[in-house]
Design a protein around this ligand. Structure first.
Ligand SMILES: [Zn+2]
Length: 316
């Protein structure tokens, strides 16, 4: 039986409050705070059990996925520090060890306590490369967290990356750090494609492929990154209408339950945020993420939250 609340690894220290609202196309560095505040102060406050009790990753840990030169550039505002496409600030630099720290802590907790559904409210990772940032992503937190977990526990991970964009970080880092080939094996960074029905079919094919890896004990935990920019009203996305976007969370959650029964133990699961960029209505981005959390909580944790959230049509 799963714990009723989603164990959430969140601290204000993982948020960049400086210059994002005014100067950044991507609001993602601010999104964890906006989302957590909205959940805490609204009708779904019982969804999450939030802990800030986790460590930032050490500066050397960034070397798991990045060159020393690039890491120094980001922290010292030199060279290609702006390759992430975000306005640099000390606050941004200081938040980065905590975003990767949140994902690492959630992954570690999920492995040690598989009866908890875990949540790392993080974005801005899956386009980063060993020597540069890209597409609002600075460091490859998912590579760093997965390799650290592999080194510590010998456990391998799969990514179900439902962001609207292909998560290139993992493939782009395989040569830089070959340990990644065991931490997130080849073929286990899933990015469904297509639109609406064909997207759902692609996702289901991904899940049945992943099930074979899990049942063969090649994959031990899963990260579900339900990016809101795969929603068709997003400024940078557009594969799924609201019904089908939410359906992905339901399909995922039901699959988690099925695979847990087959394995006779709860599959360790970490939820993450990734993209979402609506300028006309950022509440819609937050509401999509909350809808996904509600579906996962109801189906995996056996809750009965009523999803009353509306996703407004985009003003074009
Ligand atoms: Zn994206």
């Amino acid at each position: 039986m799963r714990n009723k609340k989603i164990k959430t690894f969140y601290t204000d220290k993982q948020v960049c409050f400086d210059s994002i609202k005014e100067k950044s196309f991507s609001q993602s560095p601010l999104k964890p705070a906006l989302l957590i505040e909205k959940i805490k102060n609204g009708p779904y406050s019982e969804l999450l059990d939030i802990t800030a009790d986790f460590e930032p990753i050490a500066k050397e840990d960034f070397e798991i996925a990045h060159s020393k030169e690039y890491i120094e550039n980001v922290f010292n505002k030199t060279g290609n520090y702006a390759s992430n496409g975000l306005p640099w600030s000390e606050n941004l630099a200081k938040s980065l060890p905590y975003t990767s720290g949140s994902l690492y802590a959630a992954s570690k907790f999920a492995i040690e306590n598989p009866d908890f559904l875990c949540f790392a409210p993080i974005s801005g990772m899956h386009h980063a490369r060993p020597t540069a940032g890209s597409g609002f992503c600075t460091f490859s937190g998912q590579v760093i967290a997965a390799v650290k977990i592999y080194e510590q526990y010998g456990k391998s991970c799969a990514y179900l990356d439902l962001d609207g964009h292909y998560g290139n970080s993992i493939e782009d880092t395989r040569r830089f750090n070959p340990l990644l080939n065991i931490a997130i094996p080849e073929g286990c960074n899933y990015n469904p494609s297509g639109r609406n029905e064909s997207y759902l079919a692609s996702f289901k094919t991904n899940l049945s492929d992943l099930a074979t890896h899990i049942l063969a004990d090649r994959i031990h935990y899963v990260v579900f990154a339900h990016g809101a920019d795969s929603h068709d009203q997003d400024d940078l996305g557009g594969s799924l209408n609201t019904e089908n976007w939410v359906k992905c969370a339901e399909i995922f959650a039901e699959w988690v339950n099925e695979i847990s029964i087959k394995k006779n133990q709860p599959l360790p699961v970490v939820l993450a945020l990734f993209g979402g960029y609506r300028k006309d209505n950022y509440e819609a981005v937050l509401n999509l993420h909350i809808k996904s959390l509600i579906s996962c909580s109801n189906i995996i944790c056996g809750n009965n939250f009523e999803d009353k959230l509306e996703i407004a049509e985009k003003i074009r």
